[in-house]
Ligand binder design. Structure first.
Ligand SMILES: [Zn+2]
Length: 67
């Protein structure tokens, strides 16, 4: 009984060793092939953030013009 539990824990650890870790948010991804999809989601979020930032900067520069 105990022996079987041990082997289960070891197999879980092996899975995590094969997992890829995202350097941006530290998330562990398994299987490692998920990392590409995960990173592209980060890039999409960054693109959205940059677009929103540009919109804000545009608004602020116009507010300064009016004031
Ligand atoms: Zn991440």
């Amino acid at each position: 009984m105990n022996h079987r539990d041990d082997s289960k824990i070891i197999s879980i650890d092996r899975k995590f060793l094969r997992a890829a870790q995202c350097k941006k948010c530290g998330a562990k991804l398994y299987p490692t092939s998920l990392l590409d999809r995960h990173l592209s989601r980060h890039r999409a979020r960054q693109r959205w953030f940059n677009a929103e930032l540009r919109k804000l900067q545009f608004t602020f520069s116009h507010m300064r013009d009016i004031a």
